[in-house]
Design a protein around this ligand. Structure first.
Ligand SMILES: Cc1cc2nc3c(=O)[nH]c(=O)nc-3n(C[C@H](O)[C@H](O)[C@H](O)COP(=O)(O)O)c2cc1C
Length: 186
């Protein structure tokens, strides 16, 4: 059965919330969203750790990390830097991908983090998709959401409280990824 891999790292649960919202968008297109993490050491994270097979057999990928000094967290970086075998086999080539992030401040480096996650995916031959401005929430958001990918600004102690615009943009980016994956598979 075809599925899209939603792969994330999250310490406090905010990035996980985005992952779940993206998964809802994917499933609204009747495609399985396989949500996996690279680390289960934090109590707020309850998804399984990704396997080699999860990565190799997906038809599309959503990759997410909290913003850490303007780039992806080291645990996700470490995971990506252990994918040489998959790179050699070219298992991700010509498959669509999106990236997503959360940060604690509005201008704290979300876009550079999103781009930092896009780079290894380009090396893998993936086809990166952003969020087009035909999404009205992109024009109006006062929280997260960027043409480079879905995002969340943690505005209080409730890390899991995505704004309505963040929810919609994350959902729509998952939906778009699913549509692209299906078209490319055909
Ligand atoms: C080492 C470290 C570096 C961070 N760097 C940034 C940063 O550059 N910009 C920012 O806005 N937030 C930064 N943060 C805050 C995290 O992005 C925020 O806690 C995270 O988005 C929460 O995501 P999570 O709930 O998925 O762990 C940093 C946090 C840590 C621990």
């Amino acid at each position: 059965m075809s599925y899209i891999l939603v792969l994330y790292y999250s310490q406090h649960g905010a990035t996980k919330k985005l992952a779940e919202r993206i998964a809802m968008g994917i499933e609204s297109e009747n495609l399985e969203a396989r949500v996996r993490t690279v680390s289960t050491e934090h109590p707020s994270v309850h998804h399984s750790v990704v396997s080699e097979q999860d990565l190799e057999q997906c038809i599309g990928l959503a990759l997410g990390s909290p913003t850490r000094f303007g780039q992806m967290a080291w645990r996700l970086q470490k995971f990506m830097q252990n994918t040489s075998a998959q790179w050699l086999k070219g298992v991700l080539e010509d498959k669509p991908a999106i990236v997503f992030t959360s940060s604690s401040s509005m201008h704290g480096g979300q876009e550079s983090t999103l781009l930092s996650m896009a780079l290894p995916l380009l090396h893998h031959g993936m086809l990166l998709s952003g969020i087009p401005y035909s999404a009205p929430e992109l024009h109006q958001t006062t929280t997260g959401g960027s043409p480079y990918g879905a995002s969340h600004v943690v505005q209080n102690e409730y890390a899991d409280k995505l704004s309505d615009d963040e929810k919609k943009l994350a959902f729509e980016s998952g939906k778009r990824l699913a549509r692209l994956a299906r078209k490319l598979k055909e």
